[in-house]
Design a protein around this ligand. Structure first.
Ligand code: FMN
Length: 332
């Protein structure tokens, strides 16, 4: 049974934190479609930033399923400890520390995966944060600084020693950014060396890939990021495949339309009239990226300035697709 502290996860799949993507509506959607947990977008550790509109939305966890995992980012042990404590008081049930993001600096200090270069600082951060809260603390890292300095194993041991309760590893170094393919050998080495749950991450974009990564790494679970963009039901797809060894039937077009409409409505409500429809645009781009006329539709959709008109445009687009599909069938 996969557990993080006292929280038992219903399966092995977690939505990876993605700034600008994994907001509350998207987290809830992914959980409805099979993610056992969904980590928040990173929150900058310095509380003086928390009054901005962006942070207010990032700190909102109303109505979210348990366990609520909030990611914090920064480079100062005291500030991270304070941020962890404040987030615990605001409803976080797990604190995740970001040492995986390639951004160089947050608030003029090294942060994200840049921290991995300074193992003494990593130790100080993990000790301070773990001791500041009563809830489980997890850590997200990359395999190292660059391909000649892969210190994931050392960091993993530091993490376990500090009382970190689960570790997620993205199979790239910081200097790789998102280039090349993720590698899973380092993740497998870390899994063999520590006792806490290990989550493998990087380029998992299909049920087959998920099964492969679980097999080669022996990881306890997987973190899925970009493949969930425009496809929040990928978690159900993967869970089914892992359980039955075959694909579940694809979703019907009408089911996809309903998911998109619900997502749009949630975004409009969460961000309000002015922002909601703008934030929705990128999600619609991802949902429809494989449809034939997606560039045309996207151009048209991105000019719409009203939430209601966005919903109508999606209805229309799906109706047109249906008509075209019927015509295609008749012609064949
Ligand atoms: C748009 C975007 C934003 C991201 N933001 C964060 C973040 O806030 N914190 C973090 O730890 N990782 C962040 N990541 C990295 C992802 O969590 C994940 O490690 C990476 O995308 C590799 O997984 P994938 O191949 O499944 O996407 C981000 C990635 C993307 C694409």
């Amino acid at each position: 049974m996969l557990k993080i502290g006292p929280y038992q996860l219903k399966n092995r799949l977690i939505l990876a934190p993605m700034a600008g993507v994994t907001d509350r509506p998207f987290r809830q959607l992914c959980r409805q479609h099979g993610a056992a947990m969904a980590v928040s977008e990173m929150v900058i550790a310095d509380p003086s930033f928390w009054k901005t509109r962006k942070s207010i939305h990032r700190l909102d966890h109303q109505g979210e399923d348990t366990p609520i995992s909030v990611q914090i980012a920064g480079g100062d042990p005291e500030m991270l400890a304070t941020a962890a404590k404040l987030n615990q008081d605001m409803g976080a049930q797990i604190i995740d520390i970001n040492m995986g993001c390639p951004a160089k600096k947050v608030c003029n200090k090294a942060a994200g995966s840049a921290l991995m270069k300074d193992e003494a600082l990593v130790t100080a951060i993990l000790d301070r944060v773990v001791n500041a809260v009563e809830i489980p603390v997890t850590l997200k890292i990359r395999t190292g600084w660059d391909t000649t300095q892969k210190n994931a194993l050392t960091i993993a041991r530091i993490a376990e020693q500090a009382g970190i309760q689960a570790l997620a590893i993205h199979g790239r170094t910081r200097s790789c950014a998102y280039k090349g393919d993720a590698e899973y050998t380092t993740i497998s080495q870390v899994k063999q060396a520590i006792q806490i749950p290990v989550f493998a991450n990087g380029d998992i974009d299909s049920p087959e890939k998920a099964a492969h990564v679980l097999k080669v790494t022996q990881a306890d679970g997987l973190l899925i990021g970009r493949a969930a963009q425009g496809c929040p039901w990928i978690f159900d797809d993967i869970n089914y495949f892992l359980e039955h060894g075959q694909h579940r039937p694809s979703l019907e077009t009408d089911q996809i339309k309903e998911i998109i409409l619900r997502h749009l409505t949630e975004l409009h409500q969460f961000y309000g009239e002015k922002m909601g429809h703008r934030i929705a645009r990128k999600h619609i781009g991802w949902y429809l990226k494989t449809s034939k006329n997606h560039l045309e539709f996207r151009k048209e959709f991105n000019q719409i300035e009203s939430p209601q008109k966005q919903l109508e445009a999606i209805h229309r687009e799906f109706e047109q697709q249906k008509v075209k599909a019927n015509e295609g069938e008749k012609a064949a």
